[in-house]
Design a binder for this molecule. Structure first.
Ligand SMILES: [Zn+2]
Length: 198
């Protein structure tokens, strides 16, 4: 029975690495996978999932308004053992329902990877819907500078100051984000000096 998976994490936890490794596990057993990523993310160039440790794979891209059910159904003209969706926080709620239909009606597993919360501690809409609909959820863990699990992220400006407000989505500049435990995220948002974040 196929399932909808949500692998969530904070920034820079290595979720693209986990995605590419999981896809590779299928490929080395002679199976094919379908990789998708958000089109607004141009960090790795269009249509590519890249990990910070230096591995990358080409990927199809999706944008708001795209019907992922139709895209995946079309891809299934060829063998496909599993669909992988990166940057899943950028999915629209409707697109998450389309992925659920892929799992239920086309019987193909879909593994989504994405951020749980933004720099203000708010759920991304795509992640909120995945938290509601996923059959299985797994956390890709990383740690705060203090050694506790990092579940939150702060955004910094060019001068290294913690940003309190702004758009939820700001493409690129991963080095502008620091993943922290909730205690240190609260301290950062309340104005602790930037060097305590590193
Ligand atoms: Zn901490």
């Amino acid at each position: 029975m196929a399932k909808l998976y949500f692998n969530y994490s904070t920034m820079n936890a290595g979720k693209s690495t986990v995605l590419l490794q999981a896809s590779h596990n299928y490929v080395e057993r002679g199976m094919q996978t379908y990789l998708m990523t958000a089109r607004l993310d141009t960090r790795a160039g269009q249509g590519r999932i890249a990990s910070r440790i230096g591995i990358a794979q080409p990927a199809d891209t999706y944008a708001p308004g795209d019907n992922l059910y139709t895209m995946i159904e079309r891809r299934l003209a060829q063998p496909c053992a599993c669909v992988f969706v990166d940057e899943a926080q950028f999915l629209e709620p409707e697109q998450v329902w389309q992925l659920a239909r892929v799992v239920d009606d086309l019987d193909v597993p879909v593994m989504c990877f994405g951020l749980r919360v933004d720099f203000q501690g708010q759920l991304f809409p795509g992640s909120a819907t995945l938290l509601a609909l996923a059959d299985e959820m797994r956390e890709v863990r990383t740690i705060c500078h203090c050694g506790r699990k990092a579940t939150m992220v702060v955004r910094r400006d060019a001068a290294g100051r913690v940003v309190q407000s702004g758009d939820q989505v700001q493409v690129g500049g991963n080095d502008r984000y620091v993943s922290l435990c909730r205690r240190h995220w609260r301290a950062a948002m309340e104005g602790a000096e930037p060097d305590r974040l590193l």
